[in-house]
Design a protein around this ligand. Structure first.
Ligand code: UDP
Ligand code: MG
Length: 310
């Protein structure tokens, strides 16, 4: 099959309720653009009927491809695998749940034709998400921006179009704890936003529970900032300073019971040490991930690709 102009990468994890509608809306929009295209579903270890439904779509439409992961590797690796396997001149990444409206894709293509190499979707409003999610998301993007040296656009998800050049450049960044949109910003290239309203999920529930959100946020911060590590230094310095002050204080006034004050001071220092160790540990864990150099993801099967693994 010859190379399409557009590749659309859609990560799917337990999306049996939305995958068909997602396919329908996407094809409708893509047909209208008049461009040649491929849709790549990446099944991220779903435990429901997502894979079966996706394969059914693949059987009826050869422009739809499926990558089936050996287990759940997470959203960021799913989109990475999709981009790695894509062959289009431009690659669009979009969530399956239709929160990112496919109707924005033609606008992205327009900007790309004007010469932009990255066209990212900027969320104007978020509908149908809990106040907690909206608040944490807002705080997250702003804190991240303060902490990092790389300018990562705020309120921007992974819904974006990237040029083939950017996609190939991404492959040269083999980081494991990936924060893909941060890496894309780090790469540089000419970028511009396209604004859109973020809708409610079409069906089903979020596949980003609090645990995954925390993991995602810490990957983002630790991949792009050494500030937490420096914070550990600050705590260390402060506790040494505090202990000296206490020592002098006791020496001068000879008032306090030395045993209790020692205990308090000891506890204080131990607490800070644990905080520091925790921060350092997190970085070391990430270094371990890089040094181990395990593959980012493992594919069980590929369907409708030219180099199909059978
Ligand atoms: N997703 C995935 N693997 C995961 C979690 C999510 O591939 O471990 C996919 C999911 O199917 C969806 C996209 O990533 O297409 C975004 O997830 P979701 O809509 O649940 O996140 P939210 O919009 O609630 O942040
Ligand atoms: Mg969603």
């Amino acid at each position: 099959m010859s190379k399409p102009t557009l590749s659309v990468v859609v990560p799917v994890y337990n999306e049996e309720e939305v995958i068909n509608e997602s396919y329908r809306r996407l094809t409708e929009v893509l047909e209208q653009t008049g461009e040649t295209y491929e849709i790549i579903f990446v099944n991220d270890g779903s435990r429901d009927k997502t894979l079966a439904l996706g394969l059914e779509i693949c059987r009826n439409d050869k422009r739809v491809k499926m990558i089936d992961f050996a287990r759940n590797f997470g959203h960021q690796l799913a989109i990475t695998a999709g981009m790695d396997a894509s062959s289009g001149d431009a690659v669009v990444v979009i969530d399956a749940d239709l929160q990112d409206p496919p109707e924005v894709i033609p606008l992205m293509i327009e900007k790309w034709r004007e010469g932009y190499e990255i066209v990212y979707g900027k969320r104007l409003k978020r509908e149908g998400e809990s106040a907690f999610k909206k608040f944490t998301a807002k705080m997250f993007y702003r804190t991240l921006n303060k902490m990092t040296d790389v300018a990562i656009p705020v309120d921007t998800g992974d819904f974006r179009l990237i040029d083939r050049k950017v996609c190939d450049a991404l492959k040269k960044v083999p980081e494991h704890n990936r924060y893909v949109r941060g890496i894309v910003s780090w790469l540089g290239y000419k970028s511009c936003p396209v604004e859109f309203q973020r809708h409610k999920r079409f069906a089903g529930t979020t596949k980003y529970p609090l645990k995954k959100m925390i993991r995602f946020a810490s990957d983002a911060i630790m991949s792009f900032s050494y500030k937490p590590l420096k914070l550990a230094n600050l705590f260390g310095g402060l506790s040494i300073f505090a202990s000296i002050v206490l020592l002098v204080f006791y020496a001068i006034f000879k008032l306090l019971n030395p045993l209790t004050s020692l205990l308090i001071a000891g506890l204080f220092v131990a607490g800070l040490l644990f905080v520091c160790l925790g921060v350092i540990g997190s970085y070391i864990a990430r270094m371990c991930d890089e040094v181990r150099n395990r593959p980012l993801y493992l594919i069980r099967n590929k369907h409708n690709f030219d180099d199909e693994d059978k």
